[in-house]
Design a protein around this ligand. Structure first.
Ligand code: LLP
Length: 416
């Protein structure tokens, strides 16, 4: 599935001209392909095959209601980390009984709301959270279904900022303490123990760390059985990576899932997964216009109208994201360009040393911008966040309008 491709040297999103969308809605502009999102989600379902389980899309990767609603229609569950994400999923028509609630800092009010709507499971991250949840559920006279997020201490071999399954990370409970945790959880009157989860990191390009983690969790599960605690599901989190650079080999989602399912054979254990990036990253682009070209002798700067406020991944993680011309035929000035934005920060770049041919007014597309892109955008420098458009075949829908300036200070007030 190639959602963004050239027809006569013009970039298309499915059957829609990217230039036309930019002319209609302005830039910067996020464009998503519905087909690409559905294709990736289906790959997860196919990987699962007949094995009981649930694909809970990690809302944090792209929480646009359009994206959530199309996934909900496809039967997806959702992995949320806040009451905000919960309400988004409900507003998009997601089924509460297919929601898992992750995150290290759940407030009592968030727990209450999640219990009220009847989510599938709380992925508990600490003993203190467990006690709080027991008391909230107690006040409501019900039981809260839980899984413990185990920190398996495996090296996910990814960027340190997005690696989460090591001892030094704040996430989950050390696997050596997990047994005691479950024993305690099992005694609590308002807790119902149903699962075990982990999430070892993001943008993983190898299957091995997942397999190490699943084995570690299964060992624990066997110990729990000896304590008379039987679980219904195992949740291996998200983390399967995507191809950003030509050097990356895109993992085959179906194969990964089949491998994991292979480790669960002969066990009566459902498999939950929480993929985010691998569902949406390559289903999105950010379109930006070249405003100025600037040359200081050593460096060539292509100054564009999208900045780190619109897409922070390059600045924050030194993430390399491909940048391509919308019109491949454009006859510009060829050089190795640093593509920089309008923000008053040295770190404000989308890409460095890119061989492109540029003229002011050209449109560029930053690829793989469907995940962790719009959701991490800010209004820094009082800039409106971009519009988002979802394309389906030759049709398109604005799934989020561009913010207006007055939106930006609508909640503020002046003083005398
Ligand atoms: N489940 C949990 C508990 C998570 O913390 C995450 C991501 C996921 C699932 C989804 O992981 P994925 O399938 O997307 O790898 N902003 C960073 C990525 C942060 C990931 C945070 N947790 C980036 O732009 O690379």
């Amino acid at each position: 599935m190639v959602p963004f491709h050239y027809q006569n040297d013009q970039l298309f999103a499915e059957q829609v001209s990217v230039e036309q969308l930019a002319n209609t809605y302005g830039t910067p502009l996020y464009i998503y392909s519905r087909q690409a999102i559905e294709h990736q989600f289906d790959a997860y379902q196919q990987g699962l095959g007949d094995h009981p389980g649930l694909i809970c899309y990690a809302v944090k990767a792209n929480s646009n209601l359009g994206v959530l609603s199309l996934l909900a229609k496809r039967g997806a569950g959702f992995d949320i980390v806040s009451i905000g994400e919960l309400e988004r999923v409900l507003a998009a028509g997601g089924a509460p009984e297919k929601i898992v609630f992750s995150g290290v800092a759940k407030k009592a009010s968030e727990m209450r709301r999640a219990l009220e709507v009847g989510i599938h499971c709380f992925n508990v991250e600490s003993q203190a959270e467990l006690e709080r949840l027991n008391s909230v559920a107690g006040d409501m006279g019900i039981q809260a279904p839980i899984s413990l997020r185990v920190n398996p201490d495996v090296d996910a071999k990814t960027h340190p900022y997005i690696s989460t399954g090591l001892k030094q990370n704040k996430f989950g409970v050390d696997h050596r303490l997990a047994r005691a945790f479950y024993q305690r959880a099992n005694e609590l009157q308002h807790i119902r123990v149903i699962g075990m989860d982990c999430h070892i990191g993001s943008q993983l390009l190898e299957a091995k760390p997942f397999e190490d983690a699943v084995d570690r969790l299964l060992t624990l599960l066997d110990e729990l059985k000896q304590d008379g605690i039987a679980l219904e599901h195992i949740d291996m989190g998200g983390g399967i990576g995507v191809k950003y650079t030509d050097q990356d080999i895109e993992p085959d989602v179906r194969n990964y899932i089949r491998k994991l399912v292979g480790h669960l054979k002969d066990r009566n254990l459902a498999l939950i997964l929480e993929p985010g990036r691998s569902i949406v990253a390559n289903a999105g682009i950010l379109v930006t216009e070249v405003e100025y070209l600037k040359d200081n002798g050593e460096h060539h700067f292509g100054i564009v109208d999208a900045g780190m406020n619109d897409l922070i991944r390059p600045a924050l993680y030194q993430a390399w994201m491909d940048i391509v011309p919308v019109n491949r035929n454009a006859d510009g000035h060829s050089a190795s360009w640093d593509i920089v934005g309008p923000i008053c920060e040295t770190g404000d770049f989308l890409g460095k040393a890119r061989d492109l041919s540029l003229t002011p007014g050209d449109l560029l597309a930053v690829k793989s911008a469907g995940a962790y892109s719009f959701v991490m955008a800010s209004n820094y420098n009082t800039r409106e966040r971009p519009a988002e458009v979802l394309v389906q075949g030759d049709a398109h829908t604005v799934v989020r309008q561009r913010e207006t300036l007055t939106d930006l200070w609508a909640l503020e007030s002046t003083v005398d």
